[in-house]
Design a protein around this ligand. Structure first.
Ligand code: C5P
Length: 314
């Protein structure tokens, strides 16, 4: 096969707690991650020249070596010396559906799908764990994007404990096209404001991890209790992102006023989502939101919870 097309699912955070500083300069996190059916289409294709090329028609997506899709291909080429000389280069085509710079791991999902796609194209025979370990070198969310579904993510976000997924949950997502949040800025600002209350030692980190594992959100997921999942949505980064982005803060207030099970900002934002229990309810709420905020800058999407991260398109 000379070409593989994959669907790379977006993720939302049902829970994101910043626990403390890590020696590597990152933050120690406890998150509950969830894949959703909003997905980018990623094609990897062998080409005759010894190059890695990225094509994307989205004006905000770079196609150079800063793109995680490029970096994923370069990492594999580095780990398997001579593979490009032997099998030819690769052209990666990204068809974006997931909004860019949105807190939905769109770029991470693209990187994850290039790892999965090139493993197939180049017949590398890597295990999922090996793909995830490579992904962790590129970005904290990439290991989750490889496996997807529902998982507790700890460490930098790369250590995963899969959970049983919840059936029948849907989501309405909204983001102003002109609003972006820099993830490093969000974490830096959080450290400046809340660093005094950070836990400092490994024992403290482990205590918080076990509290969350036996806590309300994980129990709600275990019991498939959609109402409780909605009630226990939580994201520490809201504390710094929403005050700095009043339009997004207002968006969250409006979305919460429309009902549903609960409303939260995903990751470092600025996408805000509301959980609902049917696709019909999601579509109705999406329409209501467009009436409440008739701003052409506001993008609104609906999606379902899914149990997969990267899927091969049949
Ligand atoms: O790992 P990733 O490249 O996605 O992280 C983007 C940025 O988010 C990092 O450069 C860092 O500033 C911040 N971050 C963090 N702690 C984490 C994950 C990300 O401080 N666990």
């Amino acid at each position: 096969m000379r070409l593989y097309t994959l669907l790379a699912a977006a993720k939302i955070n049902l829970y994101l707690e910043i626990v403390g500083d890590r020696p590597d300069g990152f933050h120690e996190l406890i998150m509950v991650m969830q894949s959703i059916s909003l997905a980018d289409r990623v094609t990897v294709r062998s080409i005759g020249v010894d190059e890695i090329r990225v094509r994307c028609d989205h004006p905000l997506v770079p196609t150079d070596d800063t793109n995680l899709a490029y970096r994923a291909a370069a990492l594999l080429a580095d780990r398997f010396p001579g593979i490009i000389a032997k099998l030819g280069g690769v052209e990666i085509t990204l068809e974006k559906q997931i909004p860019v710079g949105a807190g939905l791991a769109g770029g991470s999902g693209n990187g994850a799908s290039v790892l999965v796609g090139l493993d197939l194209l180049w017949q590398l025979g890597l295990t999922q764990e090996e793909l995830q370990n490579l992904g962790a070198e590129l970005g904290s969310d990439i290991p989750f994007c490889v496996s997807g579904g529902t998982a507790i993510a700890t460490g930098r976000g790369e250590l995963l404990d899969p959970l049983h997924g919840v059936d029948g949950l849907h989501v309405v997502l909204a983001k102003y096209g002109s609003e972006f949040v820099s993830t490093p800025w969000a974490y830096r600002t959080y450290r400046a404001e809340f660093g005094d209350s950070y836990l400092v030692d490994a024992a403290g980190f482990e205590q918080r991890r076990s509290q969350v594992r036996s806590g309300a959100m994980v129990a709600a997921i275990g019991h498939q209790d959609k109402g409780a999942i909605g009630q226990h949505l939580s994201n520490d980064l809201e504390k710094v992102v929403l005050p700095a982005h009043p339009k997004t803060a207002h968006l969250k207030t409006v979305m919460a006023s429309l009902g549903g099970l609960g409303t939260l900002m995903s990751g470092s934002g600025p996408t805000v989502f509301t959980l609902v229990d049917s696709q019909e309810a999601a579509e109705t709420m999406a329409q209501q939101l467009k009436v409440e905020i008739p701003d052409p800058d506001l993008g609104v999407w609906t999606a379902a919870f899914t149990s997969t991260g990267i899927q091969l398109e049949t």
